[in-house]
Design a binder for this molecule. Structure first.
Ligand code: MN
Length: 240
């Protein structure tokens, strides 16, 4: 296990559990995305601090929205929160999509460079779904590419998508980056990815999203276990 991704959920008092697809656009349009991202960073870093104190540090990834990349003070906020929680910068990863970068590529690149200079890891999320040019990619201070789940999930039935996944893994390695496959939902796909020398896999086959306490229990099973422990069945973080 090499890290965890923080996923936001809204447990609404009367509407029940609401997934980010339903409220992130609203948060972006109302200007609440700034405070929301701050809250998620705060919670994620509190968790990272707890893991580090327990002697088992684990990198935590936080997703940024396009609006966050237009906030020139985001790097100062991240520095402030890392200090406040006493968390080493390398334990934080920020995930940004290609489309978020393309909103204002120069500004995004400058901000990401300042974050990277602090020691924070930067990941391109949903890679392949957007349209970052390879020239731009080469100049971005990123540490990994997360291959869009739409390619990974259909790898077995769609030969061209399997070729795309394989090519992106090779591209990542040629650029000195780590390749992460998103949307891994079966043992066969995991084995194929392993054959392609994919560095990291993420998806329901490994685990569905878990609340922190269940995650900790599951993680404890990993110590000394050569094969993948069965993921706990948790429905509470999934849509009703
Ligand atoms: Mn992500």
């Amino acid at each position: 296990m090499c890290g965890a991704e923080a996923l936001v959920r809204w447990n609404h008092p009367s509407r029940g559990l609401i997934l980010p697809d339903a409220f992130i656009p609203l948060a972006e349009n109302t200007g609440l995305i700034g405070p929301l991202t701050r809250r998620v960073l705060d919670l994620a870093l509190a968790q990272a601090r707890q893991w580090a104190e327990q002697g088992s540090p684990l990198q935590v990834a936080v997703n940024l929205s396009a609006r966050n990349l237009l906030d020139d003070r985001l790097d100062a906020l991240v520095a402030e929160l890392l200090t406040a929680h006493g968390v080493a910068a390398h334990l934080l990863k920020l995930e940004v999509t290609e489309s978020a970068i393309m909103t204002d590529p120069v500004r995004a690149k400058n901000l990401l460079q300042r974050l990277h200079a602090q020691g924070v890891a930067i990941s391109i999320d949903d890679f392949g779904a957007g349209y970052t040019s390879l020239g731009q990619l080469k100049n971005l201070p990123v540490t990994e590419l997360k291959i869009d789940r739409s390619f990974v999930m259909t790898m077995e039935s769609d030969t061209s998508n399997a070729l795309i996944v394989r090519s992106v893994i090779e591209l990542s390695h040629n650029l000195g980056l780590s390749a992460v496959a998103e949307g891994v939902e079966g043992a066969d796909i995991l084995a194929t990815l392993s054959g392609y020398s994919c560095d990291v896999a993420q998806g329901y086959h490994l685990s569905r999203p878990l609340p922190p306490d269940v995650f900790d229990d599951w993680r404890a099973h990993w110590a000394g276990v050569p094969s993948l422990p069965p993921a706990p069945a948790v429905e509470s973080l999934e849509p009703a």
